[in-house]
Each structure stands twice: as C-alpha cells, then as structure tokens.
Design a protein around this ligand. Structure first.
Ligand code: 3PG
Ligand code: MG
Length: 402
C-alpha cells in the first residue's frame, strides 16, 4: 500500500476471537526512567484494543519491543515495568512471561482463561525479531491462533512481530492501527481540499523525501524551523550564523521547482526572530529575512510570517503538520509555533479544518502549546508517520492486506 491507495485490511469486529489465543502486537516502547513509565500516552492509545478483545472473551497475549537491545537480554530494557501501567489502562490484571517464546511464554499462555491478558518479555531480546527469522516467527505464531497488529509506530519495520506473524496467522488491524491509517489516509489519500502541510524541524536532509512527496500532492507547503534557513540561503539570502545546510542549496532549489511545476504554493518565512546566542531569554529582535546580521542566528519566524501561515491554513480544509517553526524548547523562540498551534486549534474546533499532526518533536511542541487534544488527529508515531507521509509502503501495513 502507498498513501495514494485506499487502505484495505480486516478490522477487529470482523474476526471471531472468543476462546481464542490472540497475539496482539503493541508498541510499548514508552518513555521510562528508573523503571517507571514517565509518559503513558502510547499505552493509553492502544489499551482499547486489548480491552475490546478481552471483553469478547479472547485470551490476549501482548507482544512488544522495548528500546534497542539488539538481540541480547538487557535487564534495563525489560518490559516487566510496563505490565502494571498496562493493567491500569485496561482495567484487568496482566500476567508477565520472562521470555516471548519457549516454555516461559507457552506456560503463561496456557494458564490464560477467556478474557485474561498476558504480556511477554521484550521481543528484541531475540535477534530473530528484527531479522524476521522464520524460526523465531514460527515460535511466536505457535503461541496463538490470531494476530492483531496495533503498532502503527512500528509498521516501518519488517520484523517477525510486524510482518512475520501476519504471514502466518489470520490477521486484523487493532483499533489504534485502524485510527492511524484512517486519519493519515484521510489527510493524504483522499483529503478535503485545499490541503496545506507544515514541514518544520532542523534539517532539510531528513525531510527531502517528505518534501518531494508533499509538493506533488498538497496545495501548499509551509516551511518552518531550521530547514527554512537552507531554503532562504538557496535563494541567495544571507542567514548569518543560523543553522543551514549550505550543501543542500541545489536540493532545496529542486524542491521549489518541483513545487512550482505541480502548482503547489510554498510559504517561506518573510521575517524572523534573531539572536546572538542560543539560550532562553537571549536578547532578540525581529527582522525581515533579508536583514539578518553576520553574527545573528534565526531562532523563530516572525509575526508577519505567522500571519501568512495563519491565512494559508484558514483557507485550507486539511492540514498535515510535521515539525515546529522555531526553537520551541526555549522562550521566547516558541512564540510562532504556539501562535500557529492556537490558530489550528481554533479552526479545528470551528469545524472547518481537519488537522493531522505527527512526529516526536511535533507532539512535544503541540503539548507545549496546550492544543494536543484539540487537533483532529495526532499520531504518536515517529519514523512510521514520516515514511507514510513520504508515500512509502510500510511493510507492517502492507502485511495487513495479505
Ligand atoms: C518508536 O519508538 O519510534 C518505535 O517504537 C520504533 O522503534 P525503533 O525505531 O527502535 O524501531
Ligand atoms: Mg525510536
């Protein structure tokens, strides 16, 4: 599947699960400090799938990776500390198995009654997971009768638990996988037009594929963040000490040409907030983009740019947002990101705008602006969100269609 194709997959309500052992791939790769989960957003997003299966009498076996142990047992990367927060989120006890295959796993699975839930230890303690090794995938598949894939944020990985299981067992998408695919599909495959996309963040180099795909698909691309400096530089504008990938000037010009050929409007900053140092509360001033001094750096876009961005979004029916405008982590360079976030909140609440955002920094910026719950959809995925928006086929999504 690519994001231009309609999405085809089985949903949870189309499978019969009562009395069956259902293997559910979640992404429980959650922020943790000293063995305590510090942000349960991902758990809360995926809990409804586990709850729905348990309520329908399935014997639910939850599979996940945690961090990157690279095929070895790393005690600090155990999933055990996630069992209690998962139990709290689903409102049922969660048994834990010290291994995801072998006797430890099969013993815990055999003890499950209808409606019971177990969590198995980190899949990536076995090298076979990331290599999608047949023997490992067979061992996992042997534990159950049905596979439910609910980890959209891992769907860009062709692993045993994202692809191998779908090849071996009857498969359905979980509720959060379905929600992600429908929301992202609505933004890219069949959106209400006009569509605007905000692409921000530090570097053009990480977003070349994204920009090339978007300019061919959407009606306007708004470029913010450090990467806008590279575009300004590419147009002969001096950006002082700003973050800038000078070697990508040609790439930036090619993206602009592609946009023009496709009839996609590109909104670049017209003014900027500049400072001599990168620190909170640093002395700053607002200048036209052509007025940046040699010893200054651009740390945010200015109010004229914000007004242009807001007007562009107000004239759109769909917004896709990846990447902040400025150095939003430090004040006052969060101003533009917060202002645009509040405008998006208002337009979304008024009902005229479908707003879809994703990516780690973007979620943090929207949370900082206090609008996380106001958008139409916020994806918790990082790499998978980006690859979807790049128009790439995600192996874990393609596997659902088989
Ligand atoms: C994530 O946190 O983005 C997902 O869990 C995927 O993790 P990975 O990048 O280690 O595959
Ligand atoms: Mg990651």
């Amino acid at each position: 599947m690519s994001s231009s194709q309609p999405l085809r997959f089985k949903t949870l309500d189309q499978i019969d699960v009562a009395g069956r052992v259902v293997l559910v791939r979640l992404d429980l790769n959650v922020p943790m400090k000293d063995g305590v989960v510090t942000d349960a957003t991902r758990i809360d997003r995926q809990a409804p799938t586990v709850r729905a299966l348990a309520e329908r009498g399935a014997r639910v076996v939850v599979l996940s990776h945690f961090d990157r142990p690279k095929g070895r047992i790393v005690p600090s990367m155990s999933l055990k500390p996630v069992a209690a927060p998962l139990a709290a989120a689903i409102g049922r006890p969660v048994a834990f198995a010290d291994d995801c295959i072998g006797e430890a796993a099969s013993g815990v699975v055999a003890a499950l009654g209808d409606g019971d839930v177990a969590l198995l230890e980190n899949l990536r303690f076995h090298a076979g997971e990331e290599k999608n090794e047949a023997g490992f995938a067979d061992a996992l598949a042997g534990l159950g009768q049905i596979f439910v894939s609910d980890a959209f944020s891992c769907a860009h990985r062709a692993h045993a638990s994202t692809v191998g299981l779908a090849e071996r067992l009857p498969t359905a998408a979980g509720l959060s996988m379905q929600a992600e695919l429908e929301a992202l599909g609505a933004a890219l495959a069949d959106p209400r037009r006009p569509v605007a996309a905000i692409v921000g963040g530090a570097k053009v180099s990480t977003k070349i594929d994204l920009l090339n795909n978007l300019v061919a698909r959407v009606d306007a691309v708004i470029i913010g963040g450090g990467m806008a400096n590279t575009f300004l530089h590419a147009q002969g504008i001096a950006v002082g000490k700003s973050l800038c990938e000078a070697d990508l000037a040609e790439t930036a010009r090619a993206i602009l040409a592609r946009a023009e050929a496709a009839g996609c409007r590109v909104v670049l900053p017209v003014d900027a907030v500049v400072a001599r140092e990168f620190k909170a509360g640093a002395d700053s001033r607002t200048v036209e983009v052509t007025g940046v001094a040699d010893d200054e750096m651009i740390l945010d876009v200015g109010p004229k740019t914000v007004a242009e961005v807001e007007a562009c979004i107000a004239g759109s029916k769909t917004l896709l947002w990846n990447g902040p405008f400025g150095a939003f982590e430090i004040e006052p360079f969060d101003a533009a990101t917060v202002a645009v976030a509040r405008a998006v909140e208002k337009l979304t609440r008024a009902g005229g705008l479908a707003s879809i955002a994703g990516g780690g920094d973007t979620v943090a910026a929207l949370a900082h602006a206090g609008v996380l719950d106001a958008l139409t959809y916020v994806s918790t995925a990082g790499g998978a969100f980006l690859e979807f928006c790049e128009g790439k086929e995600l192996p874990g999504v393609a596997a659902l269609a088989r």
